[in-house]
Design a protein around this ligand. Structure first.
Ligand SMILES: [Zn+2]
Length: 136
């Protein structure tokens, strides 16, 4: 096995959502206080001796969570609530896929990757006892 350095940053945000094509409580609008663990990995360290600077994680990923996801309703594009809330000028984050913890974890992963951060996994804790993970 190749030796790897890993760092994990824990962040948090609150969101609302509902799931389509789903039978059960989560089919109705409700909210979560989510914890996110963002894991970064590298076989080698940069000139500063780091996998990634926590300051950069804060500047990029925390800013994304604060501005795009925190206190937003996260809804699928074709959810009837999406247009309704947008028309009411309510804050909505629109996704192509159902806004499950798995898909939200993937959105955060892809954002971190798009900012050239060495992200290797995102774990989204939807409750204190349940998380979904997306690993690149
Ligand atoms: Zn939920």
């Amino acid at each position: 096995m190749i030796p790897m350095y890993r760092v994990v940053k824990e962040l948090s945000f609150c969101y609302g959502h509902r799931l389509l094509d789903y039978q059960g409580k989560c089919a109705h609008p409700h909210g979560h206080n989510a914890k996110v663990e963002i894991e970064f990995s590298s076989e080698s360290l940069d000139g500063r001796g780091m996998v990634v600077d926590f300051v950069d994680i804060k500047a990029e990923v925390k800013r994304f969570l604060d501005e795009e996801l925190d206190h937003k309703m996260i809804l699928r594009k074709d959810d009837a609530l999406t247009k309704l809330l947008q028309d009411m000028k309510e804050p909505v984050f629109v996704m192509q896929e159902n806004p499950t913890a798995e898909n939200i974890a993937r959105v955060i992963f892809q954002y971190a990757q798009s900012r050239a951060l060495p992200v290797s996994a995102v774990r989204l804790w939807e409750t204190p006892s349940s998380y979904a993970e997306f690993r690149g």
